[in-house]
Design a binder for this molecule. Sequence first.
Ligand code: NAG
Ligand code: NAG
Length: 280
Amino acid sequence: TLALAAVIERQSTSTTVYKFSGGGTQAENLAVRPNGQLLVTFMDTNQLWSLDPASKSANKIVTFSGTSSTAGITEVTPDVYAVIAGNYSFQGGNKAGSWGIWKVDMTGSSPKASVVKIIPESGMFNGLTTLDNDTVLIGDGAKGAVYRLSMSTGAYSIVIQDASMTPPASAPVPIGIDGVRYRNGYVYFTNIFKNTFSKVQVDSNGKATGTITQIWTNSTPDDFTITSDGTAYVASSGTIFKVTSDGKAAKIASVASATSCAFGRTEKDKNMLYVTSSSG
Ligand SMILES: *[C@@H]1O[C@H](CO)[C@@H](O)[C@H](O)[C@H]1NC(C)=O
Ligand SMILES: *[C@@H]1O[C@H](CO)[C@@H](O)[C@H](O)[C@H]1NC(C)=O
């Protein structure tokens, strides 16, 4: 029927762009540069890699010394990124207090990386998004909180903290709030082990001004990308779901162990969704 047709999306076939094996293999998140190249982070290494989807080649561009893992990444000003790094390992578990934000400036002839702030109160950082051209919002999965942080001064504070962001007691990793994205006055977030995708209206400082509303529920929703109208593409249990802001969801592709996704930015690949996977 027409009503049904409206919510059925054509499923796309996913193909491998590149398989990581040289450094980390648990690709965790990505950002797409204005020139179309991808920047990829890893839970199992303190390295940032650049990947050219056109030539299918990749190389290590930054090592975040004194850390063992990288997580969320977001473009703050054109071709300048904030990146989460800290200590988590499968064997050693999470090191609270090790997590911080680094700045990676890609505007010059070679990448420039510097620490913005290591946050001693950090539980376990994972999701990261840009609020304005100096401010990022950081999801702390262990504390169930969102911090704001100034990239120029390193000043930070908690702006949202809620039970919908905490990990459940059964969580295998101390992560509740996982993916975090700001779009048009709202913070959208998943809670990976509470199986929720939610949103909350915020002011220009990132502070919640309304109540947190659950949009959708599905098994282990990880990170996601979101378009200007609030439509999300969520990596969840090896599937990419398109989820509208009123909670209508459709499967659009399968990618084993999908962790995050982002649209291409060049004329040629603007309708291509790039997906990271913890299997490399
Ligand atoms: C984090 O891991 C790195 C690399 O293994 C290590 O040098 C550093 O001491 C660790 N930091 C903390 C706070 O555990
Ligand atoms: C950020 O935006 C403000 C106004 O919106 C502008 O004045 C300022 O120059 C911008 N800063 C950077 C680093 O782009």
